[in-house]
Structure formats: C-alpha cells, structure tokens
Ligand binder design. Structure first.
Ligand code: SF4
Length: 170
C-alpha cells in the first residue's frame, strides 16, 4: 500500500501532447474561409446531424468551437437550422429512428448544399453495421459529397476535409 501511494506521487505517466501548430491551423482555417467566400460568396455555415453516433465524433466536432481552435474567427459557423446551412455534417450510422429526420433535414437545406459524412460509422455503419436498429451508412439515405475517415477524425482532419470539399465542389 505504501509503495502504491509513493508511486502515485510521481509524475503523470500519460504521453505528452503534441506541440500545437497554431500557424498551420490558422492557415488551414483561412483557406477554408477563402474557398467558402469564393464558392458561396460568404462564409461557410454548417448544420451538424447526429444520425446515431456514439458521440465520439461530436466531441471532435465540438472541439472546432473551443478556445484553442475557435474557428468562428475564420468564418466557419455552426448553425441551428438546416435552412441556414451550406453543409450538412453527418455523424454515426443512420439509425432507423433517425432516417426520417435526416431525410427531412436534407430536404430543408437550400441548394447549393453538400453532405459530409464524418467517421467510420457514417461511411457504412462501422461498428454498428448489421444491427437491427441501423439503416446503413449516410450514403444509403442521402447523396454524400465527401467522407472524412477516422474513428473519430480529429478537428484538423475535419477542417482539411471541408477545404477539400470546397476546392472540388462545382
Ligand atoms: S466513427 Fe467512431 S467515434 Fe464516430 S460515431 Fe462511430 S464509433 Fe463513434
């Protein structure tokens, strides 16, 4: 017991986090903003839809708005209504309960619009594929323009995916 207590007084055993690359992040975010203004004439508005995820992908998406990433400063905005959105950012396998909600959200989003499937589950159901409660991946319900892989993808991967979408979108 004494040894355990003494051991616990030593420094943390977790790995040190990677050094922040603020300049690289700022450049990436500004590229997204420039591409959005060139394609849309305005900044990028995103409606996030959880179609049945474990919320791991949401934690990474939420991180885009924290004090470190703070992406609103670059014109990337999350909006509460699909009627104000350019991009639908969809996570998770599409559960049978959420299928109708996803279809309605897609219908409510004005053109031009893009659908981005986020994470392994959004691609094909991932860990939950084959479940009685799952309708499939996002592409099985609405047309998908881009898939961002990962379980979950980190904020930088999300941002790089959005930039790739804007650069290739017609
Ligand atoms: S891809 Fe991974 S983190 Fe995202 S919803 Fe699926 S299991 Fe969760």
């Amino acid at each position: 017991m004494r040894k355990t207590l003494l051991d616990s007084l030593q420094g943390p055993l977790t790995e040190a986090p990677p050094a922040p690359d603020e300049a690289g992040l700022a450049e990436l975010a500004q590229s997204v903003d420039r591409a959005a203004r060139a394609k849309l004439g305005r900044s990028l508005s995103i409606r996030q839809i959880d179609a049945g995820s474990c919320n791991g992908c949401e934690l990474e998406i939420h991180a885009l708005s924290n004090a470190f990433y703070d992406l609103e400063r670059f014109g990337l905005r999350f909006v509460a209504s699909p009627r104000h959105a350019d991009v639908l950012l969809v996570t998770g396998p599409v559960t049978k309960n959420m299928r109708e909600a996803l279809l309605r959200t897609y219908a409510a989003t004005p053109d031009p619009k893009w659908v981005v499937a986020v994470g392994a589950c959004a691609a094909d159901g991932g860990l939950f594929a084959g479940s009685y409660a799952v309708a499939g991946g996002v592409k099985d319900v609405v047309a998908v323009d881009l898939h961002i892989p990962g379980c979950p993808p980190n904020p930088r991967a999300l941002l790089a995916g959005l930039l790739a979408l804007l650069q290739t979108a017609a």
